[in-house]
Design a protein. Structure first.
Lengths: 108, 114
């Protein structure tokens, strides 16, 4: 069975502070991992995926197979980063599993 | 980028009626479409996965006779909530993807059953 855990329901930081949204997963094979973001009143959209190894909007995420983690990081948070962030896993069957989401609030 | 639309964006219906929600991929062919349900301030719950031309695969606990899914073409999937009841009120979201590719999400449909 595949499972995604986002331990923090809410993360509140000040502008300019570093941000780390945690994601741990459970999957027996080689997973594909994603971070999706949902800004207020907008649809869910892909932020980044681990195979791309990109930095999107200053965010990065590294897959750590030893710790089964895929934490999302940004060195300096901006107010416009305030949103719901979902970590998701797709296994070999491409059936997705989402974490419960973390609400990030960046205060001015 | 790829765009997925949903129609209607919101619907209010009486208890006992059926409601159909459409999900369309506008500029790409979607091999697979997913249907989710999202409760307030909660995560997305996958309801079913549909592949074009075949029967949908439902997640455990989701009644297939209650939530009818049809994926008749590579650009259209429909979810019909049959004999809707107030407990079916929710936010329904679809997503579409090619084989093994990124999911693109629709804007969601808010259903309120009175």
């Amino acid at each position: 069975a595949q499972r995604v855990t986002q331990p923090e329901k809410l993360l509140s930081v000040f502008k300019g502070a570093p941000v780390e949204l945690k994601c741990n997963y459970s999957y027996s094979g080689s997973p594909e991992l994603f971070w999706y973001v949902q800004y207020s009143r907008q649809r869910l959209q892909l932020l980044l995926r681990h195979i791309s190894r990109e930095s999107i909007k200053g965010f990065t995420a590294d897959l750590n197979k030893g710790e089964t983690s895929f934490h999302l990081k940004k060195p300096f948070a901006q107010e416009e980063d305030s949103a719901m962030y979902y970590c998701a896993l797709q296994g070999g069957s491409y059936i997705p599993t989402f974490g419960r989401g973390t609400s990030l609030i960046v205060h001015p | 980028g790829a765009v997925v639309s949903q129609h209607p964006s919101w619907v209010i219906c009486k208890s006992g009626t059926s409601v159909k929600i459409e999900c369309r991929s506008l500029d790409f062919q979607a091999t697979t479409m997913f249907w989710y349900r999202q409760f307030p301030k909660q995560s997305l719950m996958l309801m079913a996965t549909s592949n074009e031309g075949s029967k949908a695969t439902y997640e455990q606990g989701v009644e297939k006779d209650k939530f009818l899914i049809n994926h008749a073409s590579l650009t259209l999937s429909t979810l019909t909530v049959t004999s809707a009841h107030p407990e079916d009120s929710s936010f329904y979201i679809c997503s579409a993807s090619g084989v093994g590719e990124t999911q693109y999400f629709g804007p969601g449909t808010r259903l309120l059953v009175l």
